[in-house]
Design a protein. Structure first.
Lengths: 519, 179
């Protein structure tokens, strides 16, 4: 009892602090009062700093700057000085439109965020088509090459593990090779994180990988999760494949799930991610079987027939799954026949389809011609099968290369259909013309006649939120805003605020896609 | 000796809580709110509209408050330096004084104009209201601040599915049973 009494003052303090802390923080909001460069302003030269002034003292949670060619890395952290936040801008900023997204929290309140748009030079309409590329180094190639290494290591290592569990035990010599492949894939997954960060930073020198910056930048994206999960799973494969069969196969499945954790699939939701994981699993099983099959055929010749049969039976299922998930993903990402031939992503998918078709043909020949002859001693079918598998392996490498290229190009989601304004009777509609990064005209058609209409743009993937503009009336029921703010391609949302009376606000939400400028 | 350690422990605890209270005080509220979030039903109550800020740093020159239709009567208090006007409600004409007494507020909007409240200062605008007869409803006091430079800040948003805490809410007041 005496000990409890000693506790009482502490409990009383905690209770008092609780009552003080709990309600006070609930209603505070900082507001942006002024910015330099101002929202909507065009300056002739890149200013040395961006400063934001609020109506209260605030602490910065983060400031991100996005230009027409992608995110722009800021050389230093923002500095808070009472009610003003200032951040140094990079020394060279190409002419064009920039979006600065800020997030702050006032002394004891909610975080608040917003975005301002400003232009440098006279090119605020749209970036010059032959503007110097922002990237000093071809980081995209490095990312693509590392991704290819990852896919190859995944196919040989994880695929081999799947073969070892599902089809037949793999010869020991091969298992060591598969362990090395899986280890290499794990390393590639880890290095991809840093390379992705360097790509985002548009770094000038490969030495940046030795600093913490690109890793920290990439750590803020989903690339971190994919890299970490895949690396961990492939390491487990490498460590266990020479010893056992079930554990590396389970780790292979985890690695396939990890591959689906970032990129375009991630933005599509859990369903798209499941498609990608299944696709990766089926691909690993099929491609990862080439090496052990060739080896088993060399070692046992006609004696390999039961193994080949078992593999063929499983491979039919794997190929069906591969095709189904691949076609579904292509349909989801491309959205239209025009995109298939008209965009880089679409053409790569076509090429990959051709390669897959070629592989299927070879596999069909294997199954229909060579495999039945395998049991006949002296038919030479084993040798023929091995040669076919070698050819298939080469084609598979090409297809993997195409897949690496696919992941680097953005899928073209189809532009929102241009609803004809007059014949859209009931639903308020939003149209964006020309729906390409740069100068856009946003039109909202309403049935009601509000006093004012404001639109707030956001692009969650680019961390842009709270970009607020007032729309002007442009004919009966039509409200228009034209400007360069939609400078970043991707999926945007528009919150349309309609002031019906001075005291009544109705909000609508619409989504639309902005495509890249020169396609 | 037992009471002594307890008291000794109390002192720093009290000091910490006092400092915390002081630190938490002024910049906490940026919204236009009322001084009460719950009102008793069937009562005459004095409420204060609390204005801690102008519009994005500009001084406030006018405040308009929409009177919720559920209130049965309202009388605004004049304020020195401000011109008080009311906008009558479009209510159907009532025949008897008793009906008129229960017909609802004859005013739908109250407006204080012409003053100057700098952003750094705080002020309250008083309303004397008669609450609805039955507890239960939530009333939303929508306000509009008009400021120097033509700036306007509206506190008129209602919570909706998917946006339970809008950034510029109309202040909600619950009607609770009369004590």
């Amino acid at each position: 009892m005496p000990h409890l009494i000693r506790l009482l003052p502490i409990l009383a303090t905690l209770a008092l602090l609780w009552t003080v802390v709990l309600p006070a923080g609930a209603w505070a909001h900082a507001e942006l009062v002024a910015a330099s460069p101002a929202d909507g302003e065009t300056v002739h030269h890149a200013p040395p700093t961006l400063s934001l002034r609020f109506n209260e003292a605030v602490t910065t949670l983060g400031i991100t700057l996005t230009g027409t060619t992608g995110p722009v890395a800021l050389p230093a952290r923002p500095v808070a000085n009472g009610t003003t936040i200032a951040v140094r801008l990079p020394p060279f900023m190409a002419p064009g439109t920039y979006l600065a997204s800020w997030r702050v929290v006032s002394a004891d309140g909610h975080p608040v965020g917003g975005t301002i748009a400003f232009g440098i030079g006279e090119a605020t309409a749209s970036p010059a088509p032959d503007a110097p590329p922002h990237l000093a180094l071809p980081w995209e190639w490095a990312v693509g090459a590392m991704r290819f290494a990852l896919y190859a290591g995944f196919a040989v290592g994880a695929g081999g593990a799947l073969f070892g569990w599902l089809v037949a035990p793999v010869p020991a010599r091969l298992r060591r090779g598969m362990a090395w492949a899986a280890a290499g894939g794990a390393l590639a997954a880890l290095l991809s994180i840093g390379l992705q960060g360097a790509l985002l930073l548009a770094a000038d020198s490969p030495r940046i990988l030795l600093t913490v910056e690109p890793w920290a930048v990439a750590a803020g994206t989903s690339v971190l999760w994919r890299g970490a999960v895949v690396a961990a799973a492939l390491s487990v494969v490498a460590a266990t494949i020479t010893r056992t069969r079930r554990l590396p196969a389970a780790a292979a499945v985890v690695a396939a799930v990890g591959l689906a954790l970032s990129g375009h699939a991630a933005s599509g939701g859990a369903g798209t991610q499941a498609l990608l994981a299944l696709h990766a699993l089926a691909e690993a099983f099929w491609l990862g079987a080439f090496w052990p099959l060739a080896e088993i055929l060399a070692a046992e010749g006609p004696g390999a027939a039961p193994i080949i049969d078992r593999f063929s039976w499983l491979a039919v299922g794997a190929v069906a799954l591969l095709l189904a998930t691949g076609v579904t993903q292509a349909v989801l990402h491309l959205g239209s026949w025009a995109s298939l031939v008209g965009t880089t992503h679409g053409r790569l998918i076509l090429a990959k389809l051709l390669g897959a078709d070629w592989l299927l043909t070879l596999a069909a020949v294997n199954r229909l011609h060579y495999t039945p002859r395998l049991r006949a001693v002296g038919s030479g079918a084993a040798g023929g099968l091995r040669r076919m598998i070698a050819v298939e392996a080469v084609v598979a490498v090409l297809v993997l290369g195409l897949t690496s290229g696919l992941t680097l190009t953005a899928p073209r989601e189809h532009a929102a259909p241009q609803a004809p304004a007059l014949s859209a009777p009931t639903a308020p509609s939003l149209t964006v013309t020309p729906s390409k990064a740069g100068w856009n005209r946003v039109t909202v058609t309403l049935e009601t006649a509000p006093k004012e209409v404001w639109v707030v743009f956001a692009n969650p993937a680019a961390h842009i939120d709270g970009l607020r503009r007032q729309m002007r009336p442009d004919g009966p029921g039509q409200w228009v805003h034209a400007g360069p703010e939609l400078a970043v391609p991707g999926l945007w949302t528009a919150h349309i605020e309609m002031l019906v009376t001075d005291f009544d606000l109705v909000t609508l939400h619409r989504e639309f896609t902005i495509q890249e400028p020169n396609q | 000796m037992k009471p002594f350690p307890a008291t000794a422990a109390m002192l720093p605890a009290l000091a910490i809580s006092a400092l915390t209270v002081l630190a938490m005080a002024p910049p906490a509220l940026a919204h236009v709110t009322l001084d009460r979030s719950e009102l008793p039903a069937d009562s005459y109550v004095r409420v204060a509209v609390r204005v801690p800020h102008g519009c994005e740093g500009a001084a406030m020159t006018g405040l308009r408050v929409r009177i919720p239709a559920e209130l049965r009567a309202v009388k605004p208090a004049p304020k020195p330096g401000w011109t008080l006007t009311t906008v009558p409600a479009d209510a159907p004409p009532s025949t008897t004084p008793a009906e008129a007494h229960d017909a609802g507020p004859a005013i739908k909007e109250v407006s204080w104009q012409g003053g100057n409240l700098p952003d750094a200062f705080y002020d309250e605008f008083i309303l004397y209201i008669r609450t609805p007869a039955e507890p239960g409803p939530t009333l939303y006091f929508a306000t509009v601040q008009e400021c120097e430079g033509g700036k306007v800040t509206r506190w008129i948003e209602r919570p909706e599915a998917g946006n339970e805490r809008p950034p510029r809410p109309a202040y909600p007041v619950r009607i609770v049973p009369k004590p």
